[in-house]
Design a binder for this molecule. Structure first.
Ligand code: ZN
Length: 318
């Protein structure tokens, strides 16, 4: 079996993760007391559960793996796309997928969960394929809001000196979607940042606000220039970057959607795309990404550490 580059990278990662501030050159460990950790949380994105492909067993294995870590996370934040697809799915198939998700979570998840909506969680926006009218109870984003008992499609909550902001990246575009915030949500985000100037901010969105990996999946340099699909990265990234520039307490933006792991830093904000629990939709690796989940440590001085942890899933042959 060939040695993959990511195996070499994994071998190079120290057993104890240090927050970013400890890695600065010229700082000696004995001079800098370790910052106090505020929270360790897991980030499960792009689960894409359905009754087939052993996907329920896969999610159960990921949850067991995460909860068996020696230093166990105390909170799970999801990154969206909990189900394979309800965007284009009829009512009964949508029910089966959400039922599968609910059953595994009830049985195997022992820590609190905060949810983020992904495009595949939005039921029936493709009215033709889903055979919906838009008047069904729990149509659209009401489906995941109801299913996960979310306070709304976007919301915030605090843990000590950190404030979390969960965004809704899926914006309507005819019978499809595009990646951006609506005006109402954008205004809410600005107010939320103003209210929490005294806290460090971690933002969770399903679709990346800014991503490196988005450029590398497929041929995005067609006809001599780079061009990304409207669904892959936030179209309002420049406007968001300008808002973040006014708030130096915004530290971290975490996303999923691409099923790839990357990290970009711009103007004091770190943007991390955090792989996928299902990797290639339960069919094995996706490009350089294994089935895995993120673990984040947030510290009282505004620093953080991230690791992407493969949980050893072996896909079943079709
Ligand atoms: Zn997605």
């Amino acid at each position: 079996m060939p040695i993959k580059r990511r195996d070499l990278l994994a071998a190079a990662v120290p057993a104890v993760l240090l927050p970013a501030s400890c890695a600065r050159p010229g700082r000696r460990a004995e001079q800098t007391p370790a910052p106090k950790r505020v929270i360790r949380f897991a980030h499960f994105t792009d689960i894409h559960i359905e009754p087939r492909r052993n996907a329920p067993e896969g999610l159960a294995q990921a949850l067991q793996h995460m909860q068996a870590l020696e230093d166990k996370p105390t909170l799970l934040i999801t990154g969206g796309d909990h189900v394979m697809d309800s965007f284009s799915a009829k009512a009964s198939w949508t029910d089966e997928q959400f039922d599968a998700f609910r059953k595994v979570m009830r049985r195997h998840c022992r820590i609190p969960v905060k949810y983020c909506i992904g495009n595949h969680d939005v039921w029936g926006w493709d009215k033709k394929s889903s055979e919906t009218t838009g008047r069904e109870p729990h149509w659209g984003k009401n489906r995941p809001i109801h299913e996960f008992q979310m306070p709304g499609r976007y919301y915030g909550f605090s843990k000590g000196p950190w404030h979390f902001i969960i965004l809704d990246s899926t914006h309507t575009a005819d019978s499809n979607y595009k990646a951006r915030l609506d005006d109402e949500q954008f205004a809410w985000l600005q107010a939320e940042l103003e209210t929490h100037r005294d806290k460090f901010i971690a933002i969770i969105s399903h679709i990346p606000i800014l991503s490196v990996a988005a450029f590398l999946d497929g041929d995005n340099a067609k006809e001599g220039h780079w061009s990304l699909p409207k669904e892959w990265m936030h179209l309002d990234a420049v406007a968001l970057k300008d808002v973040f520039a006014k708030y130096p307490n915004v530290k971290l933006c975490i996303s999923g959607h691409l099923h790839l792991v990357d990290r970009a830093e711009y103007n004091g904000v770190t943007y991390i795309c955090d792989g996928a629990v299902c990797a290639a939709w339960w069919k094995g690796d996706y490009m350089e990404c294994d089935e895995g989940y993120g673990v984040f440590d947030l510290y009282a001085d505004g620093t953080f550490a991230h690791q992407y942890i493969p949980y050893g899933w072996i896909p079943v042959p079709e």
